[in-house]
Design a binder for this molecule. Sequence first.
Ligand SMILES: Nc1ncnc2c1ncn2[C@@H]1O[C@H](COP(=O)(O)OP(=O)(O)OP(=O)(O)O)[C@@H](O)[C@H]1O
Ligand SMILES: [Mg+2]
Length: 302
Amino acid sequence: MNHPPPGSIDDTVGLLASADYVAERGLATAVFLALRMGRPLFLEGEAGVGKTEIAKVLAQTLGRRLVRLQCYEGLDIASAVYEWNYTRQMIEIRLAEAEGVKSREGLSQDIFSERFLIRRPLLQALEGDLGAAPVLLIDELDRTDEPFEAYLLEVLSDFQVTIPEIGTIKAQQPPIVVITSNRTREIHDAVKRRCLYHWVDYPSAERELDIVRRKVPGAPERLSREVVAFVQRLRAMDLFKLPGVAETIDWSKALVSLDQVALDPHLVDDTLGALLKYQDDIARVKGSEAARILSEVKAEVG
Ligand SMILES: Nc1ncnc2c1ncn2[C@@H]1O[C@H](COP(=O)(O)OP(=O)(O)OP(=O)(O)O)[C@@H](O)[C@H]1O
Ligand SMILES: [Mg+2]
């Protein structure tokens, strides 16, 4: 079902929350404005802070199809936009030969028609669905190379692509575009200029607790509070890779699977792998440091 876009920032917060996405006001404002102004939303932030999820939740709550373009090094137009179905074209040529079709002109027109076109995500997003443009998620744009970025810029300016053999295909209604980056490199200014930008930060303790309550409903309240307080303290440390919201959720789920109702030092040591993914970080936290943090957490939550 096609849901109308939110009418205010508060509406936007509510819409996202209806799919269990807890957004702070800055993010909700960026989402609201992107929808209202028809501009792409550019989200940067650390890993696991909910960038990709925004696009999924928007598609879900607005009743749009989600079209996802996962970026990687070497991504090209054949994988991102369209490609000719060579195998089917070959078969068509053989059949035409067998039937004794003589007109080369007619045949080449035929095999370069839409029937033989493989639509990749960008083209799918432009062609859209009747009456409801999809949500186009361009995920982890920093992983592609600059020529592709330049091409993307063209697509985002006019919401159209040109296929030499067919002509120009233009979106009747532009898709809702969400671009994410983990900032392994800077994205070109020209791309950013077309978008509304928002840096997705780690959530406050209050918001993170709300997220855990929604995403791990089986977790005892006391456990969730301790988990969140612990993670928030870890994020103040100088670690190689800080835990994201995804890790907080994972850790909570792991502890629930172990039937735990509260943290204790051994439990923390044994389950740190759900939270920290680098041996150096685990070695730093495990043992006395974890025990120290935990005693602060117990004092705070208790
Ligand atoms: N504000 C939030 N409200 C609800 N769930 C959240 C929120 N932020 C993150 N999550 C949850 O955390 C997990 C990770 O989110 P997501 O995959 O969107 O992160 P990401 O920023 O795209 O990370 P990466 O850079 O690693 O791709 C998801 O399961 C998502 O549901
Ligand atoms: Mg992501």
